[in-house]
Design a protein around this ligand. Structure first.
Ligand SMILES: [Zn+2]
Length: 102
């Protein structure tokens, strides 16, 4: 993952606004230049499952799917529920992804 602080960086085509991921300097649809920007951190739940007390979730943010843990009461979760992305740097320099309902 490409991160700026705790924000995820994506590229977007200047001309057709297609999101290019993994990021690339040129659009794979119309070959125009792309611009880097932070991903919007509000997305939706694609699917989730619960094991013990941990809820694992696939979230979709601007068509990019990210796997993380969801901090919520399982009874409050529905497909397509809106979620916010949180990125935390861990002590081993890796990042963990988590979501909260909004
Ligand atoms: Zn394009």
């Amino acid at each position: 993952m490409d991160l700026d602080g705790s924000k995820l960086i994506i590229t977007e085509c200047e001309k057709c606004n297609k999101i290019i991921w993994p990021k690339c300097n040129f659009c794979d649809a119309c070959l125009q230049k792309t611009n880097k920007r932070n991903i919007r951190d509000i997305g939706k739940i694609v699917e989730f499952s619960q094991k013990d007390q941990i809820i694992f979730c696939v979230g979709e943010f601007e068509q990019i799917r990210i796997i993380g843990t969801l901090h919520a009461n399982v009874n409050d979760i529905f497909p397509n529920s809106k979620i916010k992305l949180h990125i935390t740097k861990k002590s081993n320099n890796k990042y963990s992804y988590s979501f909260t309902l909004i």
